[in-house]
Write a protein that binds this ligand. Structure first.
Ligand code: FES
Length: 156
C-alpha cells in the first residue's frame, strides 16, 4: 500500500538523522576524554600495598582508611588485636560506611545500615556483608588483597 502523504518531511528526517549523529559523536568523544583523564575511574585493584609502620601500629578498636582504587577501604584493628580490611562501601546503595568504636560496628548513615566488626550485615537494608579482603604481611608492608587474587610478594 502506498501512502499519499508522508508522515514526516524530508527536512525533518535529515535533521533528526544529523542531530542523532552529532549526539553519538560527542557522547563518544566525551566518554573517551573521561577515560583518558581518569584511567582508574571505576576500576578496582586486585591488591594495594600499605605501610606497616602506619597501619600495623593502629590503636585497638579503631580503623584507618586507605584508597581501594577509587573507593574507600577500611583497615580495622579489633580490640583483641586481630586485623581486618574491608571495602568501606555499603552493599545497599554504595554509600561509605564508618566505624563506630563505641558500638564496635560499621554504620552506614544513608539508610541506617549496620555491619558488625566481621563486616556482616546485621541491621537495616544492606543485603549482604561488606567485601572482606585478605591481609598479607611482608617485611615493612601490609598487602590488602581481594580474596583469591594472586599476589607475588617477592615483587611487592
Ligand atoms: S546505602 Fe547503606 S544502608 Fe542504604
Amino acid at each position: 500500500m502506498k501512502l499519499k502523504y508522508s508522515l514526516i518531511t524530508r527536512r525533518q528526517f535529515l535533521n533528526t538523522l544529523f542531530s542523532g549523529s552529532l549526539l553519538v559523536f560527542f557522547s563518544g568523544a566525551i566518554y573517551s576524554l573521561l577515560k583518558f583523564s581518569f584511567p582508574t575511574l571505576g576500576k578496582e585493584p586486585e591488591f594495594v600495598v600499605l605501610d606497616k609502620n602506619e597501619f600495623g601500629n593502629l590503636a585497638p578498636n579503631s580503623t584507618k582508611s586507605f584508597a581501594w582504587g577509587g573507593v574507600l577501604g577500611l583497615f580495622l584493628k579489633r580490640e583483641d588485636g586481630t586485623m581486618a580490611a574491608f571495602k568501606g562501601v555499603c552493599t545497599h546503595m554504595e554509600c561509605n560506611v564508618a566505624y563506630r568504636p563505641e558500638e564496635k560496628k560499621f554504620y552506614c548513615a544513608c539508610h541506617q545500615g549496620w555491619f558488625n566488626d566481621l563486616g556482616v550485615n546485621i541491621e537495616g537494608p544492606p543485603p549482604k556483608p561488606l567485601e572482606n579482603f585478605e591481609i598479607l604481611e611482608t617485611g615493612e608492608k601490609i598487602v590488602i588483597a581481594r580474596k583469591g587474587a594472586k599476589v607475588d610478594l617477592a615483587k611487592v
